[in-house]
Design a protein around this ligand. Structure first.
Ligand code: GAL
Length: 546
């Protein structure tokens, strides 16, 4: 009996009516580019298929499974090496205009050198690109997303300047092979992770755990390699192929722990210069080169630490500064969360190794565990204002570049009823919209991630996908989560509809039942509880309305 009046009651109690959310009429620009992303090692599997050789991640996961949360590896992962047609269907189901994926260097050039190019590897991405184009989906291709051929690592990887011509050779090949069909390129995903997390810490492969020195060598070579590729693209390909090229930097937003403290605000600015400016300043600023604060701090600390007159941060020549400056057609930014920051004084209250990137930066980070909701990852808490602050900072600092958000998303520990992910996207996208309305030039947003995948050191324990992947089934069955339906609606309508919270559909329920009978029981009992509380609320409102 109460059923027909439920929609009316819903309207009465909906948050929009209560005025706690912004009106539904706010729209993203008509030509706004919506997308979803993934990366080769995280989804492809086929780790030794055809003539593919090992990457640094194959070696790390095979030789040190104890370093991975669930001791797993991505040998098969979501098996996209064989299931790419289904992946493209999913992108289409999401109404996304672009699919951002990356190229596995050891799949295309197994040993890292030109002498061995894999026909199977070339064909794999060519097929994927054609399939995307068949559905009018623009491929956004990341040339390097953490997958270095192991052979090159044995030569020192990104710390060896030889990487510059080698990366250029790899890039030349893929621009030649795919550039006729790919119109959005990024050279490198997350240089800060490539350098600091992989060489400074025992985190991303190759897990050097050598703080304070090799990360800066890596950054130096990486910036030159990036610039060489962009110049090559502009000189030989861009006119003919008509695409655009950029880079994807990443950072959490450093929120001053005490906004009234000048010292905390300075720590926040310093953190931005170390995380984003390290790579952003040489490419996007007016004068190029590393940020002044990095040059000065690392030089002074190096001297204090008896390194002599040579700073641990290498120096660019004037010619190199000019060659790197301006080498991006857009600013790609990956962003997930925020930190509270304060200063690490000379007494090193942060307790950082000396020397180290963190000690050089001089910032102590924590998170707001009270007001910022958690997620499936310890490092990721929800603070949408951080997205807004970050976009405004890039806009101010680099004279209003065109920005594409190349990654943003949230993890959980599994399940198809991912309403927390729906909330996250609604809130973060609302922050993006705020920034657009305040004049920031944002042309696209690529959500992370198309499907659950191998989350690096977290293995399969953390899920970021719109699609659930059954990693126990040989077919690696993909099933849309609730968030997939919501994101599809956003891409289709260019708006955020705060009221749109669909329920699990029959086919999804069957998947849950088959895979996790216990989860289904739980969701049934919570559905029953929900029904009871709705009928109680309905009754209460009826009494009030009389
Ligand atoms: C980024 C990375 C992605 C993905 C994401 C979620 O740093 O580029 O590959 O893992 O984080 O943690």
């Amino acid at each position: 009996m109460w059923k027909p009046i439920l929609p009316a009651l819903l309207l009465i109690v909906s948050p929009v009516c209560l005025g706690t959310h912004v009106s539904q009429t706010r729209r993203f620009p008509n030509d706004f580019l919506w997308g979803v992303g993934s990366s080769s090692y995280q989804i492809e599997g086929g780790w030794n298929a055809d003539d593919k050789d090992e990457s640094i991640w194959d070696v790390l996961t095979h030789t040190h499974p104890e370093k991975i949360a669930d001791q797993s590896n991505a040998d098969i992962s979501a098996d996209s090496y064989h299931r790419w047609r289904r992946d493209v269907q999913m992108v289409k189901e999401l109404h996304a205009g672009t699919y951002r994926f990356s190229l596995s260097w050891p799949r295309i050039m197994p040993g890292g050198y030109m002498n061995h190019v894999s026909t199977a590897g070339i064909k794999y991405y060519s097929n994927l690109i054609d399939e995307l184009l068949r559905y009018n989906i623009t491929p956004t291709v990341t040339i390097y997303h953490f997958e270095l051929p192991q052979k090159l690592q044995e030569l020192g990887g990104w710390t060896n300047p030889e990487i510059i011509p080698l990366f250029k050779d790899f890039a030349r090949l893929v621009l030649e092979m795919y550039g006729d069909r790919v119109k959005i390129w990024t050279t490198i995903n997350e240089p800060w992770h490539v350098c600091e997390h992989a060489y400074g810490l025992d985190y991303m492969a190759p897990s050097y755990n050598f703080p304070g020195i090799p990360a800066y060598l890596c950054g130096h070579n990486l910036l030159k390699a990036h610039a060489e590729v962009v110049h090559m693209y502009r000189d030989h390909f861009q006119k003919r192929q008509g695409g655009r090229i950029g880079i994807s930097l990443d950072t959490s937003w450093p929120e001053p722990r005490n906004p009234d403290s000048a010292e905390d605000r300075e720590a926040s600015e310093r953190a931005m210069q170390f995380y984003v400016g390290w790579f952003g300043h040489p490419i996007f600023s007016k004068h190029g080169n590393y940020p002044k604060v990095m040059i000065e701090r690392i030089r002074n600390l190096s001297k204090e630490q008896d390194f002599g007159i040579r700073s641990r941060l290498p120096e660019f020549t004037t010619e190199e500064i000019h060659r790197i400056r301006g080498t991006a057609d857009f600013f790609g930014i990956n962003h997930y969360t925020s930190n509270l920051v304060t200063s690490n004084g000379h007494n090193n209250t942060g307790g950082f190794p000396v020397p180290s990137f963190n000690h050089d930066m001089g910032v102590v980070e924590s998170q707001n565990e009270v007001d910022w909701p958690g997620s499936g990852s310890v490092w990721l808490r929800v603070y949408p204002k951080g997205m807004y602050n970050l976009l405004m900072w890039i806009h101010r600092e680099y004279n209003s570049p065109e920005i594409i958000v190349t990654e943003n998303g949230v993890s959980d520990r599994g399940g198809l009823e991912d309403y927390a992910r729906v909330d996250y996207f609604n809130k973060y996208l609302s922050a993006v919209l705020d920034a657009i309305e305040d004049g920031v030039n944002i042309s696209g947003y690529i959500a992370w991630s198309l499907m659950d995948s191998y989350e690096w050191k977290a293995g399969f324990s953390e899920k970021f996908g719109f699609y659930h992947v059954d990693f126990t089934s040989p077919q690696r069955t993909r099933t849309p989560k609730i968030s997939a339906r919501v994101f599809a609606q956003i891409c289709k309508t260019n708006t955020i509809d705060w009221n749109y919270r669909p329920k699990l559909e029959q086919e999804q329920k069957l998947v849950v039942m088959a895979q996790h009978p216990a989860e289904e029981d739980q969701s049934r009992s919570s559905a029953a509880q929900e029904a009871i509380s709705w009928s109680l609320m309905g009754a209460l409102l009826l009494v009030l309305l009389r």
